[in-house]
Design a protein around this ligand. Structure first.
Ligand code: GLN
Length: 569
C-alpha cells in the first residue's frame, strides 16, 4: 500500500491539461526523493480504451503488459520515465465487471449488492493495489466535478480520506479561469462553483491549480483563497505554456512540491535536480537547427483539432528525440488519401518521412506511394507497425516485381499475401473473437548485429542480453525463446497481422535486411525490424517504439531518423 495519496480532480471543464498536471505532480514528488506512481480513472463504461475511436478520444496507449489505455498513461510514463502497468487505469466498466463477477461467484452470498458500499469499495481496492509499493500514488479522476459519472469516484475519495487519515491524502483541484474577450477580465466564478460542487461531496481542495491564458493576479488569488477557505499560497497559477514539459517547472516556481509534501507530512528527502530536464526543454524551445518531417497519416479526417491527439505518442517521440541535440522538429501532417488524389508532390520539401500505424485499408495506397518516394529518393524513413507492413508491400511490388502483393487487411484475395494472419488468428476471426487476435504489449526481439537497428539500440543503452535485465517482463510468452548471449530489445505491440514467413527468404534475397525477430515459444519467428542497405536510413518496425520513448530516454529509432536527416542536410 502506498503510504500517501494525491488526488487530482478537474473543475469547470475538461481538456485543460489534467493529465499533464498529474504527470507533473508525479514527477515533482519523485524529484523530491519519493517513489511515485500515477493512476488514471476513466469514468466510462468501456472496459478499456481499445475500442475507442482514435479521432474522437485520441490515440490508444499500450502498456508493457498489453493494456490498451487512455493516452494520459503515456504522459505519466514520459514524465516519470518509468513503465506503468495496465492496472493503473481504472474504468467504470472494470469496476462494475469485478463486482458483478464476484456476485456471480457467490462471494456476496446473502447480501444485497449495492452501489454503496460495493462500488466505492472496489474503486478503493483498485487505487490501493495500483499504488502498492510506492511512497506516493497520484490519482487522476477523469472528467469534471459535477459529472454524474464522477460520483462513485468522489464518494470513494471521501471514504479513502476517512480510512487513511487526512494527513495521508492531498486533494488537488485543477480549475479554469476564462477571460471573456468582450470584458477582457479573468473570471473566478466558475472556479468558485467548482469548489462548491466538490464540497457538496464532502471533499475540500488543499491546492487549487488555476489554468488560464495568463498568470493569476493577487486580486483573483485572494478571491479564490477566500472562497475555498485555503491559504493564498495553495492557490497556484498555471498559465498556458508553449511546451508541456514547462508545466512542472512552472509549478515548482510556486513551490508546489514542498507544499504538497508539507500537507502530507513528508520531509523533503532531497533537493530536486531539474538541470537535465530544463536543458532538454531549452533544446526544444531554442533549437539550433530545424528539420521538417512528414507524418503520413490516415486519421486526419475530422479536422485539425483531433489530428494531433491521434498520433500524440509518435509526434512526442519525434519532437522529444530532437531535444538533446537542439534540433527543432516541424511535423508536416499529411493525409495519405490526399497523396492518392494528388500524388507525392507534398513530400518534396520534407527532410524525412514517418509512416505511423493504423487499421483498415483506407489510405493504404497513399502510404505505399510515400514509402516508394522515400526509398527511391533516399529520404530518411521510419515505418511504424503498419508502416513496416506497407514498406514490405511496396518493396514486393516495386522491387521484387510482385505487382499484386498486398497485406490481407487491404486485399484478402491477393495472390501474394506478404502480410498475413499468423497461427490461430484465422480461426479466432472466423469465430468473430476479434479482440483476441491482437498482439498486444511488450515482446522481446533478438537483433542482428551489424545492422542499423542494432547500432541505434546499442548507442542508446537499450540492449539487453540473454534474458538478463528482463525481469520486468512477467509473462514468458512475451520473451519467447531467447538465444544465449544474443542482443535483445523490448518494444510494445498493437497489431493483428505479421510478415508472412513464406516470403522472408525472397525478401532477403532481394535485399531486405530483417534486423530483428521475435521467436515465439512455439511456431515460426516473427519479423520485428527491417531495413534497407544503400539508403541513408530506411528502417521500419512491427512494434510501436513510440510507447517506450521518454523525454530523458528517447527512442533509438527516432534518434536514428533525426541523425540521418542531419547527416543528409
Ligand atoms: N493494421 C495492422 C495490423 O493490425 C497494423 C496495426 C498498427 O499499425 N498498429 O496488423
Amino acid at each position: 500500500m502506498a503510504s500517501k495519496y494525491i488526488i487530482v480532480v478537474g473543475g469547470v471543464l475538461s481538456g485543460i491539461g489534467k493529465g499533464i498536471a498529474t504527470s507533473s505532480i508525479g514527477r515533482i514528488i519523485e524529484n523530491y526523493g519519493y517513489s511515485t506512481t500515477a493512476v488514471k480513472i476513466d469514468p466510462y463504461i468501456n472496459y478499456d480504451a481499445g475500442t475507442l475511436r482514435p479521432t474522437e478520444h485520441g490515440e490508444v496507449w499500450v502498456t508493457d503488459d498489453g493494456g490498451e489505455i487512455d493516452q494520459d498513461l503515456g504522459n505519466y510514463e514520459r514524465f516519470l520515465s518509468k513503465d506503468i502497468p495496465k492496472e493503473n487505469n481504472i474504468t467504470t466498466g472494470q469496476v462494475y465487471k469485478s463486482v458483478i463477477d464476484r456476485e456471480r461467484a457467490g462471494k456476496y452470498l446473502g447480501q444485497t449488492v449495492q452501489f454503496i458500499p460495493h462500488i466505492p469499495d472496489e474503486i478503493i481496492r483498485r487505487i490501493k493495489k495500483a499504488s502498492e509499493g510506492f511512497d506516493v500514488g497520484v490519482v487522476e479522476i477523469g472528467g469534471t466535478i459535477g459529472d454524474y459519472e464522477n460520483m462513485p469516484y468522489l464518494f470513494a475519495v471521501r471514504s479513502l480520506i476517512r480510512m487513511e487519515g487526512k494527513e495521508n491524502l492531498a486533494i488537488v483541484m485543477l480549475s479554469y479561469l476564462p477571460i471573456p474577450s468582450h470584458i477582457d477580465e479573468m473570471k473566478t466564478k466558475p472556479t468558485q462553483q467548482a469548489i462548491r460542487q466538490l464540497s457538496e461531496h464532502g471533499i475540500f481542495p488543499d491546492i487549487i491549480l488555476c489554468r488560464a491564458k495568463t498568470s493569476l493576479d493577487p486580486v483573483r488569488r485572494k478571491k479564490i483563497e477566500t472562497y475555498a477557505n485555503i491559504e493564498t499560497d495553495c492557490v497556484i497559477s498555471a498559465p498556458d505554456t508553449n511546451c508541456i514539459y514547462e508545466v512542472p517547472i512552472n509549478f515548482e516556481k510556486e513551490n508546489l512540491g514542498a507544499k504538497l509534501l508539507d500537507r502530507l507530512k513528508l520531509p523533503i528527502k532531497k533537493k530536486p535536480d531539474w538541470s537535465r530536464w530544463t536543458e532538454l526543454l531549452d533544446g526544444m524551445m531554442n533549437p539550433k537547427v530545424n528539420i521538417n518531417v512528414a507524418m503520413v497519416c490516415k486519421y486526419l479526417d475530422i479536422g485539425k483539432f483531433s489530428l494531433r491527439d491521434s498520433y500524440i505518442s509518435v509526434s512526442r517521440a519525434l519532437i522529444d528525440a530532437g531535444a538533446g541535440d537542439k534540433v527543432g522538429v516541424n511535423i508536416k501532417w499529411i493525409d495519405s488519401k490526399d497523396i492518392e488524389k494528388e500524388g507525392v508532390g507534398v513530400l518534396e520539401d520534407v527532410d524525412g518521412i514517418i509512416v505511423p500505424g493504423g487499421f483498415g485499408e483506407e489510405g493504404f495506397e497513399g502510404k505505399i506511394e510515400s514509402i516508394r518516394y522515400a526509398r527511391e529518393n533516399k529520404v530518411p524513413f521510419l515505418g511504424l507497425c503498419l508502416g513496416m507492413q506497407l514498406a514490405l508491400v511496396e518493396y514486393a511490388r516495386n522491387v521484387m516485381g510482385l505487382a499484386e502483393a498486398n497485406t490481407i487487411e487491404a486485399d484478402p484475395s491477393t495472390p501474394h499475401k506478404v502480410i498475413n494472419f499468423y497461427g490461430m488468428q484465422e480461426k479466432l476471426l472466423e469465430e468473430k473473437k476479434i479482440g483476441a487476435t491482437m498482439r498486444l504489449g511488450a515482446y522481446a526481439a533478438q537483433l542482428k548485429r551489424k545492422s542499423k537497428v542494432f547500432e541505434w539500440y546499442e548507442n542508446t543503452g537499450r540492449l539487453k542480453y540473454d534474458g538478463k535485465r528482463l525481469k520486468e517482463i512477467k509473462e514468458d510468452f512475451r520473451l519467447g525463446v531467447l538465444a544465449k548471449g544474443e542482443p535483445v530489445v523490448l518494444e510494445r505491440h498493437r497489431h493483428r497481422y505479421e510478415v508472412n514467413p513464406e516470403y522472408i527468404k525472397d525478401f532477403e534475397e532481394s535485399g531486405v535486411i530483417f534486423s530483428g525477430f521475435h521467436q515465439p515459444l512455439s511456431g515460426e519467428p516473427l519479423m520485428e525490424f527491417m531495413e534497407l542497405p544503400d539508403h541513408p536510413f530506411f528502417v521500419a518496425t512491427q512494434a510501436h517504439p513510440e510507447f517506450k520513448a521518454r523525454l530523458e530516454n528517447p527512442s533509438p529509432l527516432f534518434l536514428g531518423l533525426i541523425k540521418s536527416i542531419l547527416n543528409n542536410k
